[in-house]
Design a protein around this ligand. Structure first.
Ligand code: THG
Length: 265
């Protein structure tokens, strides 16, 4: 599974302050720590007002690329910010995200299609997030029609089924898992990504809930997740579950992660 480090996110208070103050050391530190912990991609989200977002996102990208060389996951709903970011990246980034919303399909999908970038697609549209499986599946089919029409191969599309907060929605994780299973049987090449920590907002011992969900989501075919790579328990669970699911030939990933000190109990 691809680990997309979540911590460079301007909607978090400390990161917002670092972006406003152009505090390079703060950003470099969370970039390096996430990559050392095993992040394959780093999510970069400026989280700022749309007029400032292009320059803030470009600043973040340049600071991050000055210390690490993993590809980035450009996290924005703003086509102008994404366009500016796409001009500065050193490696093909993931675009986070399109959705069933008309504005994103028109403004963002062409940016990804032109460059053949992998893209994350959220299962929501201009009417919001459907609560049940059927509504999400209908949006997924519409999105995949559009990505195919734009010439983007199915294996470059990462569907994010949207895990809802369990404290307010009892079936918030189950719906996401059922949706992944249905889409996989209909579109075997399409991939899945999820923002894992949404499910545990407002609850104690969040990492435990995130770990339980990660194991179930991996069993349903999860290919990528936006997570905190510094969460030791989550990392342990990731390596162990991939091993159990037969995704780790000769236990190579598990044993080398253990030797490198990335698995600890
Ligand atoms: N899907 C997609 N993109 C996304 C999300 C998603 N991008 C944003 C978000 N959801 C994923 N990113 C984060 C970043 C941080 C946290 C959660 C999701 C987080 N922060 C802690 C908190 O809020 O309690 C605070 C951590 C800290 O302060 O360091 O949990 O779903 N495609």
């Amino acid at each position: 599974m691809l680990v997309i480090g979540e911590k460079i996110n301007g909607t978090l208070k400390k990161t917002a302050a670092a972006i406003a103050a152009r505090d390079e050391a703060f950003i470099k530190d969370i970039a390096c720590r996430q990559v050392e912990a095993g992040a394959d991609y780093l999510d970069v989200n400026a989280g700022t007002a749309s007029s400032r977002e292009p320059e803030d996102l470009v600043w973040l990208i340049e600071v991050v690329q000055s210390v690490v060389d993993v590809p980035l996951c450009l996290d924005s709903a703003n086509p102008a910010a994404l366009r500016a970011g796409l001009e500065r990246v050193n490696q093909v980034p993931m675009i986070n995200s399109i959705s069933g919303e008309a504005g994103r399909l028109e403004g963002i999908l062409p940016l990804a299609a032109e460059r053949g970038c992998p893209v994350i697609a959220l299962l929501l549209d201009d009417n919001g997030i459907p609560g049940g499986e059927d509504g999400r599946l209908e949006i997924a089919r519409r999105i995949i029609d559009r990505t195919r029409e734009a010439g983007l191969p199915d294996d470059q599309v990462f569907i994010d089924p949207l895990a809802m907060t369990l404290s307010t929605k009892t079936d918030g994780a189950v719906v996401a898992i059922n949706v992944m299973r249905c889409i996989r049987s209909e579109y075997p090449e399409v991939k899945f990504s999820i923002g894992l920590s949404n499910i545990s907002f407002g609850l104690p011992a969040r990492s435990l809930i995130n770990q339980a969900f990660l194991a179930q989501a991996l069993a349903a075919g999860l290919d990528a997740a936006i997570i905190d790579p510094l969460d030791q328990g989550l990392r342990n669970m990731l390596y162990a579950t991939e091993l159990v699911l037969g995704r780790d030939r000769f236990c190579r990933k598990y044993t080398s992660a253990f030797r490198a000190g990335k698995i600890k109990i």
